[in-house]
Structure formats: C-alpha cells, structure tokens
Design a protein around this ligand. Structure first.
Ligand code: ATP
Ligand SMILES: O=c1ccn([C@@H]2O[C@H](COP(=O)(O)O)[C@@H](O)[C@H]2O)c(=O)[nH]1
Length: 235
C-alpha cells in the first residue's frame, strides 16, 4: 500500500445520495463498503465528515441567523453524520471511535490527539466530529488540521467531482481537469474545491491532498494502492 495512515474527508452533501436532505442509508452502506476494502489492507483510517446535508452556518447567516450560532449548529450536524457513519462501519464489522472537538461525552469521546493515535495504531477507524470546534472554519480545514496532528500521509478528499478543474465543473461543462496541481496554483487561480484556509494549512505543512470521486466504486482502494485517480495537490 502506498499510504499507511490516511485522513479521509467525506462530503456531508454526498451523504444525501438520491434524497433532497439528510442521510441516504444506501449511500452510507456504499461508503462503509469502500472504507472496508482499505481497512482490510491494514491502512489506518481517520475520517472527517462534513455537515452540508443538514446545516451550514453561512446559509443560516444569509437568512438572518447569527453566524456563530449557525456555525455551532453546523458542527453538530457533522456529529450526526459521524454517528450515522460510525453505525454503518460497525454494521460492516469495523471497530470505530467517534471523537468530537466539542464535548458531548454521552455519545462520543472528547478529541485528545494521543488517544486518537492509539486508536489508529490499534486499527480502529477514528471519526473526528464537530470540525475544529471553532466557528468560521469548515470541515475541509478540520480534515487538514487533524491530518497534520495525527501525521497522516495524505488527505483524501472524497467528493462528488472527480478532481480539481480549472473552473467549477458543476457550473462549467467545458472545465478541464488537472491530474496534478501545486498548492500555489490552486490558491492563485482561486479554485474552490476546498477553502483557502485548508489549502494553505496543507501547503505550510507539506501534506498532499488527493481530490477524487468517492461515489465511484473502488476509487478509494486504488488510490491507497498508488494508482493515479483524481487530482493530486502538492508542493
Ligand atoms: N475548480 C474546481 N474543481 C473541482 N470542483 C470545484 C471547483 N470549484 C468548485 N468546485 C466544487 O467543489 C465542490 C466540492 O465538493 P465538497 O465535497 O467540498 O462539497 P461540499 O458541499 O463542500 O460538502 P460538505 O457537505 O462536506 O461541505 C463541488 O461541489 C464542486 O462543484
Ligand atoms: O471547524 C468547523 C467546521 C464546521 N463548522 C460549521 O459546520 C458547517 C458544516 O461543515 P461543512 O464543512 O460546511 O460541511 C460549516 O458550514 C460551518 O457552519 C464550523 O463552524 N467550524
């Protein structure tokens, strides 16, 4: 395997599957199967999941809600998704721990870096919930932050687009995909597949990111084996 320890970022919105809101159990089961294939190869897996299928602070703020209040609601949404994913992974025979940046000890462990490391060493899949625990951030930034903290070899951003394009492929059908792009270029061209805080943090800490289509069967395993899938963002 090319990677020993990965930080997998999953999109909250992708969890909706064919639904208009919330969590599609079919999509959840598919993700668990994809993750299992990698886990069976002995790869240590940490996961950060978004909350866009339930709530985003910016959306709340645009309709008059206090931004900070909305952001905390968004962080709670990521915990709901984390719990759903945890259940699905365990149904498929994997051992997991959910660790949250905001304390909610009846349902999850508080995030402690050394404990997260220990869980990963023991082969448990660790899901990091509640983002960074701070408003004005995103789960993309939380993914990079946790990835750096637990010394992941790579951030694998599994999303519904199959890589980084020269403009948003969901808005421009003529957009062209990169196989590789530098952090400098992704930032200077303003390519919004992840937010700039996430890219900058990754760049400063020399942690590569692979953006790939998580909805295509086998992609996650192929990347872990070293195949060129999606777009690599690196120095
Ligand atoms: N240059 C670009 N290349 C690829 N995707 C881009 C680009 N610019 C914008 N995007 C958009 O980035 C998004 C990446 O998806 P992502 O997984 O981050 O979704 P999200 O809505 O942020 O999910 P979450 O629920 O985790 O917040 C896609 O919707 C894609 O259309
Ligand atoms: O560190 C964080 C992470 C997230 N939030 C809030 O949660 C929502 C959902 O996360 P997405 O990354 O958009 O999926 C986000 O919009 C923020 O409102 C946060 O405040 N801090």
């Amino acid at each position: 395997m090319k990677y020993k320890r990965i930080l997998l970022k999953l999109s909250g919105e992708a969890l909706m599957g064919d639904l208009h809101y919330g969590i599609d159990p079919k999509r959840l089961a598919e993700y668990a199967q994809e993750i299992k294939k990698v886990h069976e190869q002995g790869v240590e897996i940490a996961i950060v999941i978004g909350g866009g299928n339930i709530f985003r602070g910016v959306a709340g703020a645009s309709s008059g809600m206090d931004r900070v209040q909305g952001d905390y609601m968004g962080m709670l949404a990521t915990v709901i998704n984390g719990m759903a994913l945890q259940g699905s992974l365990e149904d498929n025979g994997m051992k997991t721990r959910l660790m949250t940046a905001l304390k909610m000890e009846s349902i999850a462990e508080p995030y402690i870096k050394r404990r997260a490391d220990r869980h990963l060493e023991k082969g448990r899949i660790v899901i990091f919930g509640a983002g960074t625990g701070n408003p004005y951030f995103t789960t993309d930034t939380a993914a990079v932050l946790r990835g750096i903290e637990v010394s992941a070899d790579v951030i694998l951003k599994g999303t519904r687009v199959d890589g980084v394009y020269d403009s948003d492929p969901e808005k421009n059908a003529a957009a062209v995909k990169f196989d590789y792009i530098s952090f400098e270029d992704v930032l200077s061209k303003g390519l919004n597949v992840m937010d700039t805080t996430a890219f900058t943090l990754s760049q400063e800490n020399k942690l590569p990111i692979v953006v790939f289509d998580m909805n295509k069967e086998g992609n996650l395993l192929k990347i872990c084996k070293g195949e060129n899938i999606g777009t690599v963002v690196n120095i």
